[in-house]
Structure formats: structure tokens, C-alpha cells
Design a protein around this ligand. Structure first.
Ligand code: ADP
Ligand code: MG
Length: 250
């Protein structure tokens, strides 16, 4: 289970999170929606200990992340796959080496087993036999899928997806959505998906939370969010341009 409890985080005088609380249950996919720059990425960086809260705390599997020592943090990160907003593949490495990176760093498996895991991960994202290709030879959507393969190669318990469909065309986005659903069903992973694409949120989410002005504005099932009566949530999910027009019912 992942729990963010009353997390506050500021950068200089800029307050980003101001009491953000969110609980993610085992096996669910929690979608975090919210405007650009509201702190969605900042929030999930606290879960893997890339950022520390100024106040409040974060729990993962009963461990308090900000209190972990460095080696405990590395151990925790081994169980959390992270799909970065920009595919973040190394252009000079082939796909196999990109996907194998975490496994090699971990040093637990021999090279043969690593390549088996890599093949298995690439199969799961429907990209069999691309190990010897280079990132530049793949489309944007394929690179995203390689990013997912890299995240799952270590068989994590959790996956964080930071804007996995941003910048992709609708058809490619739908493919990524289906893959995220598949990861939940086949691998039984618990995930957090950051997105501002509502179609994606409705497709992959077990529940949806909206981050607004540093706090969790509303959290609920897909249906609860879809039928939210909160004007702030409604404005966001309907993509309407301003709160004034929302209140006027335009
Ligand atoms: N390491 C950092 N140092 C300073 N400011 C940061 C840092 N990371 C994020 N921010 C700021 O925090 C705010 C929230 O960023 P972010 O979490 O990336 O937003 P988003 O909701 O779009 O993911 C932004 O104003 C961003 O500039
Ligand atoms: Mg972000």
C-alpha cells in the first residue's frame, strides 16, 4: 500500500504541495489528474524518495520513505517501476541494453537470465525481438512501450506512470492505455498514473484523484469523478476554459 499523508513541499517561496493526502490500495490503478504545474510529478517523486517532504510523510509497504537509509531506499526502488514523462531512453544503447539497465545494476541475475527477462518484458508490451534496434529507429509510441518494458523488467510491485500518453496521437494513446490495463491484470501491479487525458483516466483508473492547489480536491471511482458536482473537478474533466464560464453554466 502507498500512503501520502499531509505532504507539504515548497521550492523556495513556491509552495507546491500543501497537505496532499492520498492512499493507494493493493492492486488498484490510481489516476492523478490536475493542471500542468500543480505538483503531480512532485507528488510521485516523494514515493520513490527522489524528494523529501517538508512536512507530512509517505508510506510504502509499511515503510516510512523519508526515514529510510540510502541502501533501504535502493531496496525499495527495486520494487517500484518508474515510467518517466519523456521516454528517457539512452540513444546510444540498443533497446535490449536500455531495458536491461536496472537488472544489470542490481546484479542479481546472470546475463542469460537478464536477457530472458528483457525478452519477456518486451513481449508484454507487444514489441518482440527489438533488442538490437536503437531508440532512433522506433516511433514515439514504441519508445513509450520500451519505457514500460524497462519499468516492468524487474517485476516491480508498483509502477508509476508519469504522463504516459502526453504527446501521443489518440490511437497510440489507446494502445498505451490498453498496456497499462494489461499490466494490472496480468502482473497484478499497483499503479499510479499521472495524466490530464480524461479518456485515458477513465480507461485505466480504478480510482481518480484530482490534485488542486496543493491538496487532493476529490478522490473517487471513475463514476464518482465523472458525476462529480464539484465545479473545479467538472471544469477540469470537461476541459472548459474558465471557472467563470463553468459557474455561468455556459
Ligand atoms: N526540483 C525542483 N526545483 C524547483 N522547483 C520545482 C522542482 N520540481 C518541480 N518544481 C516546481 O514545482 C511545480 C510543480 O511541478 P510538477 O510536479 O512537475 O507539476 P506537474 O503537475 O505538471 O507534474 C512547478 O512549478 C515546478 O516548476
Ligand atoms: Mg509532471
Amino acid at each position: 500500500m502507498i500512503k501520502l499523508v499531509d505532504v507539504h513541499k515548497a521550492f523556495g517561496s513556491k509552495r507546491v504541495l500543501e497537505g496532499f493526502t492520498l492512499e493507494v490500495n493493493e492492486g488498484e490503478t490510481m489516476v492523478i489528474i490536475g493542471y500542468s504545474g500543480t505538483g503531480k510529478s512532485v507528488a510521485i517523486k516523494h514515493i520513490v524518495g527522489l524528494l523529501e517532504p517538508d512536512e507530512g510523510t509517505v508510506w510504502v509497504d509499511g515503510k516510512e520513505v523519508p526515514r529510510l537509509h540510502r541502501d533501504e531506499l535502493y531496496e525499495l526502488r527495486a520494487h517500484i517501476g518508474y515510467v518517466f514523462q519523456f521516454a528517457a531512453l539512452f540513444d546510444s544503447l540498443n533497446i535490449g541494453d536500455n531495458v536491461a539497465m536496472g537488472l544489470r545494476k542490481e546484479g542479481r541475475l546472470n546475463e542469460r537470465d537478464i536477457m530472458l527477462r528483457v525478452g519477456e518484458a518486451l513481449d508484454l508490451v507487444d514489441l518482440p525481438n527489438v533488442e538490437s534496434k536503437f531508440p532512433a529507429e522506433l516511433s514515439g509510441g514504441m519508445r513509450k512501450r520500451v519505457g514500460i518494458a524497462r519499468a516492468i523488467a524487474r517485476r516491480p510491485k508498483y509502477i508509476m506512470y508519469d504522463e504516459p500518453t502526453t504527446g501521443l496521437d489518440p490511437v497510440t494513446s489507446a494502445v498505451i492505455d490498453q498496456l497499462m490495463v494489461r499490466m494490472r491484470e496480468k502482473l497484478r501491479v499497483t499503479s499510479i498514473v499521472i495524466t490530464h487525458d480524461m479518456r485515458s483516466a477513465y480507461t485505466v483508473g480504478s480510482r481518480i484523484a484530482m490534485l488542486y492547489e496543493g491538496k487532493c480536491r476529490q478522490v473517487g471511482t471513475v463514476d464518482e469523478i465523472r458525476h462529480s458536482q464539484d465545479p473545479v473537478v467538472r471544469q477540469f474533466i470537461e476541459g472548459r476554459p474558465s471557472l467563470d464560464s463553468a459557474e455561468a453554466g455556459v
